[in-house]
Design a protein around this ligand. Structure first.
Ligand code: 5GP
Ligand code: ZN
Length: 115
């Protein structure tokens, strides 16, 4: 089976700079940033999305990554948004579980059409 894009990035094949890495996840900048800070947290193992039987240790690492990235990019105190688009109605375009971390500007109060 062909390897997916985020599996390839997460194993370091493209030499992507990781803002955070542990045994479960990596974090790197989004190619098309939608906010001054826009980082993706991506598990090293392939899961399609958050409803694909993701083990607790992977979820724990994703949260640890969010905290580490927020601190490293200076948005921990000003606030940020964590988004996991899941399936077609949510507009998931890459079918490998990932969490967007968005911040560095006011993102407003709405939940819909904000990312
Ligand atoms: P989704 O719409 O699936 O929630 O988010 C996918 C995200 O992956 C998009 O924000 C898109 O800009 C980002 N993306 C797609 N291809 C690449 C890539 O090759 N490198 C990086 N760094 N981000 C990517
Ligand atoms: Zn994958």
């Amino acid at each position: 089976m062909e390897e997916c894009l985020f599996c390839t990035i997460a194993r370091g094949a493209f030499g992507t700079e990781f803002l955070y890495e542990d045994d479960q996840v990596v974090a790197f900048e989004d190619l098309h940033p939608q906010a001054p800070v826009h980082v993706l947290v991506v598990p090293k193992r392939h899961f399609d999305n958050i409803v694909d039987g993701v083990p607790a240790e992977v979820l724990a690492s994703m949260v640890a990554a969010a905290q580490a990235v927020a601190e490293k990019t200076g948005i921990a105190s000003t606030g940020f948004r964590c988004i996991m688009n899941t399936g077609s109605d949510a507009g998931q375009t890459v079918q490998h579980l990932h969490m967007h971390i968005l911040g560095g500007a006011s993102l407003g109060e709405g939940l819909i059409a904000q990312r």
